[in-house]
Design a protein around this ligand. Structure first.
Ligand SMILES: [Zn+2]
Length: 445
C-alpha cells in the first residue's frame, strides 16, 4: 500500500485530535466533526521524509505546490494513530492455556495453576519461546513499547529476567521493552529481596510486586520504597485486584510515597476494589493518589474475566476501577493488556486495539470519545518515561497505524485486522505468528 520511496505524502488522513501535537493550528480550523457523532478528529496531510514525520498540514490547505514531487497516498479520511504502548503485560506467563487451563476461572485457581506450570515447565527455552510469541503478536498489531511484569522470586527470577534481557536486546530495533519484578511484597523483607532490587537496578528495570492486605503491609511498603529510593528505581505495583472493599493497598502505597517523599514514578495496576468502596473513602484515596503523583493502569479484559466469578452464578459487576473518576481527579489513567492466554485470562492476542475496544465497552469510554485514545498511547508512554511515543508530531519517527475506518464506530466495530503498521515510514509485515509455533512446547500435538 505504501510507496517504497522514503519521501511521500499521506493525504486525507484523520487523526484523533487528542493524539495530534499541532499547536500552531487553531482548533476551529483543524477539527472535523464526523456526521452524527461526537467524534473529534483533525483532517490532515502528513509528509513522511526519511522515516520521520516532516510536515503535518490541514487537509485542503494550499500546500501541494510547496512540496517536492513525491508520491501521494490518499487515505480517504482513514484514521491514523501513533503506535500503541502496552504498559502492563505478563509475557512470561503467556500462551500456556492449552497445557494449563484455569479449571474454574477464578483468581485463586489462576495462581495455583500458574505456580504448578512454572515449576514443571519454565526453563529458559520455554519462557523464551512464549515471550517471543507474544512480542511477535504485539509488533504485528502495531505496538512499539511494552512493559512486562516478570515472576521474579528465587531461581525462576534469574531464569526469566535473563530471557527478558536476551529478548530486549534481540528486539531492540523494533520494540522498547521494560521489565518489572513481580513478587509478593514480603519478599523484599528478605536478603533475596535486596538481591532482587540490585538485579533490577543492574538491568535497568522497575521494582514491583503484589501488595496484599496483611499486618506487615506498612513494613513491606517502607522496605520496597527504601530499596527503590536507594537505587533510583521507579515502582510498579499490583494493588487491590479484588472486590473486597476492605482492600486499600492503593491508599497505603500513596501514603507511603508521601511519607518517603518519593521522587520516582509510581504506577499502581488494577485498583478494582476502589470501585466498591464508600464515596468518602474513594475521595480520600484519590486525593492521596494525586498528591503522591501515582499513575494508574486499568486492565479491563482481565478484570472482566476474573472479578465476580462464582460457579453457576452470573457476574454482576465489570471488575474495573474508577477510570472516569480518576481522570476527573487529574490522575493519569492508562489501559493495558495484562495476561494473555493463561490461567488469569483465557483469551487475547496482544492487540492493544482489542484492549481499547473492550475498555470502551466495559467502562463506557465513548463519552466523550476524544478523551480516551490517550489511555493506550500518550498516557502510558509518559508513565513509562517515553515522552516521544504515543503521539503524532513533526520530527517524530513515522511509527503509525493506518486503519480502514474513518471514525470510532467504524474503528471499533470491525476487527481492523487489515490495518497497515508503519515503522520509520515503512510498512511492516503484519503476519501474526502461527499457533503451531508453540505446539511442541505445549505438547498439544
Ligand atoms: Zn498484572
Amino acid at each position: 500500500m505504501l510507496p517504497s520511496k522514503s519521501n511521500y505524502l499521506l493525504k486525507n488522513a484523520r487523526v484523533p485530535t487528542s493524539l495530534l501535537e499541532m499547536k500552531f493550528l487553531a482548533p476551529s480550523a483543524s477539527t472535523v466533526a464526523t456526521t452524527g457523532t461526537q467524534d473529534n478528529f483533525c483532517a490532515v496531510d502528513i509528509e513522511i521524509a526519511a522515516g520521520t514525520i516532516a510536515q503535518i498540514i490541514p487537509t485542503g490547505t494550499e500546500h501541494l505546490s510547496q512540496l517536492p514531487d513525491i508520491p501521494v497516498v490518499d487515505l480517504c479520511y482513514g484514521l491514523v494513530w501513533p503506535c500503541f504502548v502496552d504498559m502492563h503485560t505478563h509475557l512470561d506467563k503467556g500462551h500456556i492455556w492449552e497445557r494449563s487451563p484455569n479449571p474454574d476461572g477464578t483468581f485463586a485457581r489462576a495462581i495455583d495453576t500458574i505456580s504448578a506450570d512454572a515449576q514443571k515447565h519454565w526453563n529458559a527455552e520455554d519462557v523464551y519461546q512464549r515471550m517471543q510469541f507474544g512480542l511477535k503478536c504485539s509488533y504485528a498489531h502495531g505496538t512499539k513499547a511494552i512493559r512486562t511484569h516478570i515472576d521474579a522470586a528465587g531461581e525462576q527470577g534469574t531464569v526469566s529476567l535473563g530471557v527478558f534481557q536476551a529478548l530486549q536486546a534481540e528486539w531492540g530495533d523494533r520494540l522498547i521493552l521494560q521489565a518489572v519484578s513481580l513478587v509478593s511484597l514480603d519478599y523484599y523483607l528478605t536478603p533475596a529481596g535486596e538481591k532482587l532490587a540490585d538485579k533490577i537496578a543492574q538491568i535497568g528495570g522497575i521494582l514491583g510486586g503484589v501488595a496484599y492486605m496483611n499486618p506487615d503491609l506498612d513494613k513491606q511498603l517502607d522496605r520496597v520504597f527504601s530499596l527503590a529510593q536507594e537505587r533510583g528505581l521507579n515502582l510498579d505495583f499490583h494493588t487491590d485486584e479484588t472486590d473486597d472493599p476492605e482492600s486499600t493497598t492503593l491508599r497505603e502505597v500513596a501514603k507511603t510515597a508521601i511519607r518517603h517523599e518519593f521522587s520516582g514514578q509510581i504506577i499502581c495496576g488494577h485498583c478494582c476494589s476502589l470501585a466498591v468502596q464508600p464515596p468518602d473513602l474513594v475521595t480520600e484515596t484519590l486525593t492521596l493518589v494525586k498528591q503522591a503523583n501515582i499513575g494508574i493502569v486499568s486492565l479491563p479484559m482481565c478484570n472482566l474475566y476474573l472479578q465476580d466469578r462464582q460457579s453457576g452464578r452470573t457476574p454482576r459487576w465489570r471488575g474495573v476501577t474508577l477510570i472516569h473518576e480518576l481522570k476527573t481527579a487529574g490522575i493519569p489513567v492508562a489501559v493495558a493488556s495484562d495476561n494473555c492466554r493463561d490461567p488469569f485470562y483465557g483469551f487475547g492476542d496482544h492487540d492493544v486495539l482489542e484492549v481499547f475496544n473492550m475498555a470502551v465497552r466495559i467502562a463506557h469510554l465513548d463519552r466523550p470519545w476524544e478523551d480516551w485514545p490517550r489511555t493506550v498511547t500518550e498516557t502510558p508512554a509518559n508513565l513509562m518515561g517515553l515522552p516521544n511515543l504515543g503521539k503524532i508530531a513533526v520530527g517524530l519517527p513515522a511509527d503509525l497505524i493506518l486503519f480502514k475506518a474513518r471514525n470510532f464506530s467504524e474503528l471499533l466495530s470491525r476487527s481492523q485486522r487489515e490495518r497497515t503498521v508503519m515503522r520509520q515510514g515503512k510498512e511492516i509485515d503484519t503476519t501474526l505468528p502461527d499457533y503451531c509455533e508453540l505446539d511442541d512446547l505445549l505438547q498439544v500435538r
